[in-house]
Design a protein around this ligand. Structure first.
Ligand SMILES: Cc1ncc(COP(=O)(O)O)c(C=O)c1O
Length: 442
């Protein structure tokens, strides 16, 4: 529906039109995905020149509030960069398999670690990185075959991705991204004025042909998720990683950013595409393994990229608090954490395979070989998610995760602790997908 039918954009000047759209997005009168009127329609409605509306739309686009997608016109972006409105409450008893969160029962207890810390006084001008944390991170990344390089400590995977992009890309540049992929990465590109170049992903990760085509459009960077791919649960096998690296070899100037957001609980070996690259960054977050509130990731990359990331970080937040760095270092150094993370990786693998097996028993295809999610192709996302919600299961429609790829559902299995629940969910999905029974006319 064209939004003019239910929200009247106002303004005589571009800035006023921008303010009117922004206020409506903020108030929820314009929702993510809503189509704005065409430039001509709105210009006629407001009795201003098309140039004024075009300037307003360009400003909204630069700020990531709207996206323009060919024939789909100009739409409110999936996650506009404004304070999020709280999600409407769900019916009591609904299983939340939407949020993408780790299972709180599989996260280490932070309290005892904090109680054991003896933080000294730290002042401006000291080294941004805690040596104990950096040493532990180097050991982990070396073991996973990540190329050698310096480390910056950043505030989570997305922060690392944003900083690596900002170190190399300029507004208007293209960035190759996985499709399906992680919507906040799409939204981040929009907010930075960068254009996504989709790379189709199958169960084994990005497709080499698709990467080749995307790279022909000359993006400055590729953002890839070698394991725990969100939403498909893909993980690169050795063969696919080699094929992708070969494609990348023809484009030595492309910055490769790897998002290892699930780190030690991904349940699949790490396979990097960064080896031998001129510019690269591997970002390993602790969000899924140790808890998202730690807001910490380590970014290893080439010297230029890490220098630019750290230099820019110094101008803003300065550094990641050493209280957080010391907490993560203490957790990483504790053999009990290693045992817990191994248990967590096994539990997530069991939960993924329990759901995939239950779906198969109902004749439904789905896959998730790594991480927290299972991806289930369906024809009609909205109708299926609504039917599942009625049956007490909140799962994500694939739409926000897709650029050009086919419809599907994303189920976060992190808290699907019991096999019976996997079976019940599969049965509910089978019922939702069953063709509606036609009653015979009397
Ligand atoms: C693919 C992907 N990247 C990044 C993140 C966010 O990680 P962080 O909390 O470290 O920013 C997530 C969170 O679910 C994710 O799925």
């Amino acid at each position: 529906m064209n939004v003019l039918a239910r929200y009247q954009v106002t303004g005589r000047h571009a800035q006023e039109i921008v303010a009117s759209v922004e206020a409506a997005v903020h108030a929820g009168q314009l929702a993510p995905g809503d189509a704005l009127p065409t430039v001509r329609e709105l210009a006629a409605e407001l009795e201003v020149s098309p140039g004024t509306v075009a300037a307003a739309y360009a400003a909204l686009r630069r700020r990531g509030l709207v996206v323009t997608a060919g024939r789909r016109g100009t739409r409110v972006s999936g996650r506009p960069p404004l304070p999020a409105r709280p999600a409407p409450p769900r019916r009591a008893g609904t299983h939340d398999l939407v949020s993408g969160n780790p299972d709180p029962e599989l996260l280490p207890a932070i309290g005892p670690v904090l109680a054991g810390l003896a933080p000294g006084v730290r002042l401006y001008g000291e080294s941004p990185n805690l040596p104990a944390l950096v040493d532990l991170a180097h050991a982990q990344l070396d073991e996973d075959g990540v190329p050698a390089g310096p480390i910056a400590v950043v505030s989570g995977a997305l922060d690392g991705i944003e900083r690596a992009l900002a170190a190399h890309a300029r507004p208007g540049d293209k960035v190759a991204v996985e499709d399906p992929g992680y919507p906040p990465v799409f939204d981040l590109l929009a907010a930075l004025g960068l254009a996504p170049e989709p790379v189709r992903v199958d169960r084994g990760g990005p497709l080499p042909d698709a990467l080749d085509r995307a790279l022909a459009a000359r993006p400055v960077a590729l953002v890839a998720t070698p394991r725990a791919q969100n939403p498909t649960g893909a993980a690169l096998g050795a063969g696919r990683a080699t094929e992708l690296a070969r494609v990348l070899d023809h484009h030595p100037d492309v910055l490769v950013i790897e998002d290892d957001h699930a780190g030690q609980v991904a349940g699949a070996p790490y396979r990097t595409l960064a080896a031998g690259r001129r510019h690269w960054a591997v970002v390993r977050s602790v969000s899924k393994a140790l808890g998202p509130d730690l807001r910490l990731a380590v970014l290893r990359g080439d010297q230029d990229t890490v220098d630019r990331v750290e230099g820019r970080q110094l101008l803003g937040p300065g550094w990641v608090s050493h209280l957080l760095q010391a907490t993560v270092a203490a957790l990483w150094a504790d053999p009990a954490t290693t045992r817990l993370l191994e248990r967590a990786a096994r539990a997530y693998a069991d939960r993924r395979s329990a759901l995939v097996a239950a779906l198969a028993r109902h004749g439904i295809g789905g896959h998730g070989d790594s991480g927290l999610n299972v991806w289930i192709p369906v024809k009609e996302e909205a109708r299926t998610t609504a039917a599942l919600l009625d049956a007490g299961w909140a799962v994500a429609a694939g739409e926000p995760y897709r650029l050009r790829s086919a419809p599907a559902l994303r189920v976060t299995v992190a808290t699907l602790r019991d096999r019976d629940e996997a079976e019940q969910l599969a049965a509910a999905l089978a019922a939702a997908l069953a063709p509606t029974r036609q009653t015979r006319p009397a």
